[in-house]
Design a protein around this ligand. Sequence first.
Ligand SMILES: Nc1ncnc2c1ncn2[C@@H]1O[C@H](COP(=O)(O)OP(=O)(O)OP(=O)(O)O)[C@@H](O)[C@H]1O
Length: 944
Amino acid sequence: MRFNGLLLCNISKYISPSKHRLTKNVFNIVDSYGRSSRWNRRKLFTKVSPAMCHDGFDEQLDQEKYYFDASLVRNQFPSIILGQSSPVELYDGISDDPDTDSILTSDSSMGSTVVDPSMLFDSLGSVAHEFNSFSSYEIESISDQGSPGPTTSPSVTQNGKSFTKQNKEKSDPQCVVDDPTAPFELVLDKPISCVPAISKKKCSQLESCGFHTIRKLLGHFPRTYADLQNAQITINDGQYLIFIGKVISSRGIKASCSLSFLEVIVGCEVAESGSASACTVSEKNNGSKRTIFLHLKKFFRGTRFTYQPFLYSLQEKQKAGDIVCVSGKVRSMRTKDHYEIREYSLDIIRDDDDESACAEGRPYPIYPSKGGLNPKLLGDIIASVLDALPPDIDPIPKNILHMFGLKSLRDAYIGIHQPTNFNEADLARKRIIFDEFFYLQLGRLFQMLEGVGTRIEKDGLLDKYRNPVTNAVVAEEWCPLTKQFLKALPYSLTSSQLSAVSEIIWDLKRQVPMNRLLQGDVGCGKTVVAFLACMEVIGSGYQAAFMVPTELLAIQHHDLLLNLLENVEDVPCKPSVALLTGSTPAKKARLIREGLQSGEIAMVIGTHSLIADKVEFSSLRIAVIDEQHRFGVIQRGRFNSKLYCNSLTSRLVENTSNGNAKGEISMAPHVLAMTATPIPRTLALALYGDMSLTQITDLPPGRKSIDTFAVEGNETGFEKVYQMMREELDSGGRVYIVYPIIDQSEQLPQLRGASADLEVISNRFEGISCGLLHGRMKSDEKDEALRRFRSGETQILLSTQVIEIGVDVPEASMMIVMNAERFGIAQLHQLRGRVGRGARKSKCVLLSSTASGLPRLEVLAKSSDGFHLANMDLLSRGPGDLLGRKQSGHLPEFPVARLEIDGNILQEAHLAALTILSESHNLEEFPALKAELSMRQPLSFLGD
Ligand SMILES: Nc1ncnc2c1ncn2[C@@H]1O[C@H](COP(=O)(O)OP(=O)(O)OP(=O)(O)O)[C@@H](O)[C@H]1O
């Protein structure tokens, strides 16, 4: 340690005065650091870098982080061997790899004369790259360099072929990307600086926006495509549309001393309704076209936004005459053919190239902006990268591409960034999606195979994935606590609830952690199934954790469980159940944590507070995650691993104290995730790989269908609805009124707010008590509001969407949704699921502020099938995010794929992964695939 410290102090002395005179000493020192810690080497690089006037070391340090990540990947895939030679652990401090040594010390390579530091960098880089790309390169030789001028880098071979790696600074980039034998990692994972036609300035601009590598840049897909030839023909209110048009005026206006706005008016030529003829902005008006005017408005509140220079700079961003692509939700104005768009995006597309694209009728890619980079510039840079891309960068074998009708990776990149027509863009998208799914599947299955011993067992496992089977434990074999709990329920389980519990309990009895998804439509009774699973675990002497997305739900589940446990008889002692949320007072929370750690508390229900570092369990055996899609990937992942670690450490302490080690000490808790999102069984199996799926397919008996009405929210409409409400209340029913916002807003006067409407409704329904519930209320106020509604003290509950998830008041028999057009179909289905949970016939009224919103709502009036509605929801969503990152919010996050529509590709990807692994269990025969798999870290997708 002391020696290392001394060295660090002296290193600059060695090298700074005469720069390279003592380089041999330096490299001897570097060599000795080969065996020191990563931290010390970081320090060393920092010192060497300025001393040797080499500015590449910062990047080297950046890359160091990157490699560090790669080693994490390696931990996830222990069987991935980094190349055929032993892995080169440049920064790990324990490597004795001779190749590294030879670079660092060999006289023949460095010579005893002047050494170009950039060469050192390159040499290190190439070794590091070997590490990075997990390929089998051998460093052949490092030739002496003359400086200045472009230096030749070490010659590296892969599979007998050699190529030259160029000097980092003064490279001829073409030689990297043009070399068709260069392995794909060396191209896609090359720094962006290697791309021809990208200046240093642009390069640093790109890097500061996160585009460090070619892969990153090519992965920046267009958000959507605009059809420059055909403007939209039919325009409905509230529709998300894309237009091409010409800016007529752009004005920044000061409306008051603290309010200003930008108004851009764009004129667009569209075909007359019924005319399918194409039109472009450059064409003159004729009988079949008309011009519509889009008023794009952005408001700014605050005095500082009213200054003229600010407003001027805003209005100058687009000038009259600019050809622009505008997208956003249109709202018709009073004057015919005038529309307003408030949340819009605007891209200026006028330039020579674009006009030629327009003339050719190509889809025009619209890029999402990133870090303030001009999307147009980004598009141009991507085009340069595509030009320089070698043909063979595809890790997926050709026979697989052929089998599933896929484009090659290079063609896919070209097709997605520069499609000649929409069909090509679609095919390219398919390939990109295939990759997303494929590496996820491959990673999961690969990891599963790693845990299995012999070849026969591995084949057996793959067979199991081709033909999954289910197992169950019959109720007679459940533990006494579970049986008593079942007996104490005020109803009998439906047959699919019963088989769900049996399936889950079969898993719980195994010494392998369960990873199961329980899926069932709203109100089908998933909670009680999860409770029974928890009882089975508690009955065997372990603990259970139940995590839900909202406090309201946590309280509800906690109360329900306590009520159910009260009726449980004939058990030696009833399990103690705690509630832990963000609002639990500090002292109480500490006591609960202590109880969990000591094992006194058998079950805890709570929000994400359960995954806080401080919470430790004595013997956690099951973690239930309700509405799992509501938790982010990281939260879910943390939950799994955290619980594992905590239970492990806690048990270790226990065991060292009593010396009684149990076999299952290192077992992770079983995980039961629950969702109401409809996922077809085959899709879920393919998607989750090792995650088993249990579905509840029936509803509790006696449930009546909910009568649903879509009504226009005009005066007559409201009168009608109030009348229906009155009848419902008079006959003893309870009513939810759901609002899109809490307070009335000046900017959105058409929206009704829950808080603002309380007085209106109370006045209207005199003698009937009304409650209010929204997200800004304190936890105990929310709890109280719901308690009063549940007990019947209030008969009308005015609420925001906070009730959407899980709220269960069986006596609620009517729901009115204000401004229902503002909600998604799937969301309305969830909301509607809050009524019709008891024996009483229920109604749901969807009030739309405009007549044009009614047809979409009618879909709900006609169907109560979650699957059908999820599809309709998808179709009704605009084209805006087809290639975007925005997900439905229900399913795991994929950058491009949308599970609801891309399910068939997922299944193909699943098949492809099975085919590949059947051929080579450890992927030895597919080194490129193996490397790509490691780069992608597919397991992080689902938060494992
Ligand atoms: N077998 C059954 N018979 C009668 N009622 C039942 C049965 N199972 C559950 N219930 C009741 O049905 C209602 C809905 O159950 P639960 O809240 O578990 O549904 P869920 O599937 O979690 O719904 P959501 O997705 O809306 O949260 C509850 O009031 C519950 O008591």
